[in-house]
Design a protein around this ligand. Structure first.
Ligand code: SAM
Length: 287
């Protein structure tokens, strides 16, 4: 295990989440941290100037990207080792989530310097919390490839993933991506779009891949702003294997019993595996 105990004389790297639109989502601890650190490492210092002005933060900023040269990362590590405190921010939301910061955090951890996260807004979590798709198991896929062929290959590789899938998507690609999802995942796969979260034109919409693809293609307003796209996972193989009689029995039992009780009883009645029945119930509970 690496550097569980940090060097007490070093400073602290704070990884600070900032709002994804609505500045009122800035948490007080984030403001206080940005006001008191020695320096803020920002993805884009000009972009973050508005946030700084709004919260009267006058701490000096330096630009930091993951493609910043090694010297810049080392420069920040050395400042931390000298006892200075540094805050890492990105343009919006949580650093490192489809945003710069990974290389810095890794280098700082390897140097044995303490890292403190200041949690806050994150578009994928905000979207997941509101779209009404299964949230017990999910996979964040970030941005899909921009080119159609490569994007379709990526979707093909995800086709049988049973966890809920979360993507970030650019507005000028959303119509094509939805069309690709309808083709690759099938027209009936349940999808959701969360657009412009926390902002004036916030729109959250759920439907089949076919419905959403047609709606977005026909309404150019849906092809604007910032977008999180969420796809329900594929049905499990166990579901495919369930015969009509088991589904009928489960349907009746679930009206009166918990998922656990219904699958245990149905397993005795039908001879099906309890686990398969249990999974079927989880996948079909809200249908
Ligand atoms: N680090 C950020 C986070 O924590 O969510 C994500 C940064 S990534 C470069 C930007 C992408 O996040 C956008 O293209 C969009 O897909 C998503 N996003 C950011 N803000 C959003 C918002 N207010 N509503 C919907 N999606 C948003």
């Amino acid at each position: 295990m690496q550097h569980l105990l940090s060097d007490q004389t070093s400073g602290i790297l704070y990884v600070v989440a900032t709002p994804i639109g609505n500045l009122d989502d800035m948490v007080p601890r984030a403001v206080e941290t940005l006001q008191t650190v020695n320096v803020i490492a920002a993805e884009d210092t000009r972009h973050s100037a508005r946030l700084m002005a709004h919260f009267q933060i006058s701490t000096p900023m330096v630009a930091y990207h993951d493609h910043s040269d090694e010297r810049q990362t080392q420069g920040l590590v050395e400042r931390l080792q000298r006892g200075e405190s540094v805050a890492l921010i990105s343009d919006a939301g949580t650093p490192l989530v489809s945003d710069p910061g990974y290389r810095l955090v890794r280098a700082v951890r390897e140097a044995g310097v303490r890292i403190v996260p200041i949690p806050g807004a994150c578009a994928m979590i905000a979207a997941l919390s509101a779209v009404g798709l299964p949230s017990d198991r999910f996979a964040f896929e970030g941005f899909l490839p921009a080119k159609k062929g490569t994007r379709q290959n990526s979707l093909q590789a995800l086709k049988d993933e049973t966890r809920t899938l979360i993507f970030y998507e650019a507005p000028h690609r959303i119509a094509d991506t939805l069309q690709d999802m309808a083709e690759v995942f099938g027209p009936e796969r349940e999808l959701a779009i969360a657009r412009e979260l926390t902002k004036t034109f916030e729109t959250i919409c759920k439907g089949s891949a076919k419905e959403l693809a047609e709606w977005v293609a026909s309404d150019s307003n849906q092809q604007r702003g910032e977008i999180v796209l969420i796809a329900r996972g594929a049905k499990t193989k166990a579901v495919d294997a369930l015969d009509a009689e088991s589904i009928r029995v489960m349907g009746i039992l679930l009206e009166e019993l918990s998922v656990k009780q219904a699958s245990a009883l149905a397993a005795k009645v039908t001879g099906q595996k309890k686990k398969a029945l249990y999974q079927w119930a989880l996948d079909n509970q809200d249908k």
